[in-house]
Ligand binder design. Structure first.
Ligand code: ATP
Ligand code: MG
Length: 397
């Protein structure tokens, strides 16, 4: 067993000693069977949230109305969720009621895909009533039960299907794909924030090209923010290999390659946090700068290490160059800059004011930038006396 499971076994034991059942479930069991690295373990139990709280001294109610209690131990924190069924999804996104049940099989039945509906007990015995292992073996995404019903209950599952295609390099079961084609409009009912999480995981997955093609072929893209009617533009994204890029870099490539005009409007519609929007915008500005930003030490300095590297990677992808080489060479370029920040200059605004009769004003910053560019370009050295000399020669003071 993986170290993360072994560390959590005592938790299952304590729940069992109290007279209840407890299992590992969901993504960690799936990834473990696939031999993929696991990030966190989810635990499901027949004990109700109150009963779980009675077993462990330190807990937090993170989602108690859905049956989830956070158990806090010295070794870490664990989410423990009571077996439950969900019924009556009148608004296509939230179950009207959550019912706690004592049966593992019923709990597994409410899960989205067979590969996510596998449980494992403390000694590694697998419970797999919906044949998830067969689908893992055949590399197939299949809903637990009828896909129409399952997507009608929660439209987000359609996006999840495609993100698992991307992350795991799986095929979509044919019936599941057909259902995706018919149920796109349900996505309108889903909070954009939830769609964003799945879409970014899709973009970051190794098989994003396959997942993106399915997004376009199924028509699902029509119901994503700002993507309606943009099939031809979005298809251009499929022409690029998008490996080795982080999420903001992926956004930048997608938006540039698909000729999206108003970057801010698109990203706001997708509900990206403002900080991420600004990051993507700055990457795109750098990439589109003429002449190329990477040839100007001043531009590289202004971009800062992180964004200079991000932009260099995006440019490399768009121009069909090696991404890792572009990343490395930009990092070296940045490291070799003679200055890393304005405060590294040997002169300050106060120096300038003492050398000049002009009153303080925007000129001070402008002069500092001129000096900075001259030092960065090795036109002068970063020494106060030489800088003063240079300003006099240029008739600036
Ligand atoms: P990851 O490795 O990305 O965390 P995951 O499969 O663990 O993947 P989560 O979103 O963490 O995905 O959800 C945990 C489990 O909860 C899933 O494996 C699945 O069994 C169930 N689940 C999550 N979202 C849904 C949903 N919308 N409908 C039904 N079951 C879901
Ligand atoms: Mg998970």
């Amino acid at each position: 067993m993986d170290r993360l499971f072994i560390e959590a076994v005592p938790i299952l034991e304590r729940i069992e000693e109290a007279g209840f059942e407890a299992y590992f479930v969901g993504g960690s069991v799936r990834d473990y069977i696939l031999g993929r690295p696991i990030n966190d373990v989810d635990i499901a139990t027949s004990a109700t949230p109150l009963e779980v709280k009675g077993i462990f001294p330190k807990t937090a109610d993170v989602g108690i109305e859905h049956g989830t209690v956070l158990v806090i131990l010295e070794s870490g924190t664990y989410e423990i969720t009571t077996f439950r069924t969900e019924s009556g999804y009148t608004d296509y996104r939230r179950p009207d009621s959550v019912k706690f049940v004592r049966s593992l099989t019923e709990d597994l039945q409410r899960r989205d895909f067979t590969i996510n509906a596998i449980a494992m007990d403390k000694s590694g015995v697998i419970f797999d009533p919906y044949k998830g292992q067969l689908d893992l073996f055949q590399k197939k995404i299949t809903t637990v039960g009828n896909p129409h019903d399952r997507f009608a209950e929660d439209g987000l599952r359609m996006m999840r299907a495609l993100r698992f295609v991307s992350q795991l390099n799986f095929q979509l079961d044919e019936e599941t794909f057909q259902s995706l084609k018919e149920n796109g409009p349900i996505l309108r009912e889903i909070a954009v924030e939830r769609i964003l999480v799945e879409f970014e995981k899709l973009l970051a997955g190794d098989n994003r090209i396959k997942a993106l093609s399915l997004l376009l072929d199924s028509g699902l893209y029509q119901f994503l923010p700002q993507f309606a009617g943009q099939k031809e533009k979005l298809e251009k994204v499929l022409l690029l290999p998008l490996h080795q890029l982080t999420v903001p870099e992926l956004w930048a490539v997608v938006l540039i390659q698909a000729d999206m005009e108003d970057i801010e409007e698109v990203l706001r519609a997708w509900k990206l946090p403002l900080k991420s929007i600004r990051n993507v915008q700055r990457i795109i500005q750098l990439v589109e700068k003429e002449p190329g930003f990477e040839d100007s030490t001043f531009d590289v300095f202004q971009a800062g290490h992180i964004e200079a590297v991000q932009a260099a990677k995006v440019k490399a992808i768009l121009e069909g160059r090696n991404v890792l080489e572009a990343e490395k060479s930009m990092s070296i370029k940045y490291e070799n800059l003679l200055l890393k920040s304005m405060s590294d200059l040997d002169v300050t605004g106060e120096d300038l004011l003492s050398w000049h009769i002009k009153k303080p004003g925007p000129w001070v910053r402008k002069y500092l930038e001129l000096i900075l560019a001259a030092v960065l370009n090795s036109e002068i050295t970063n020494e106060k006396a030489e800088i003063k000399e240079w300003l006099i020669t240029c008739n600036l003071i």
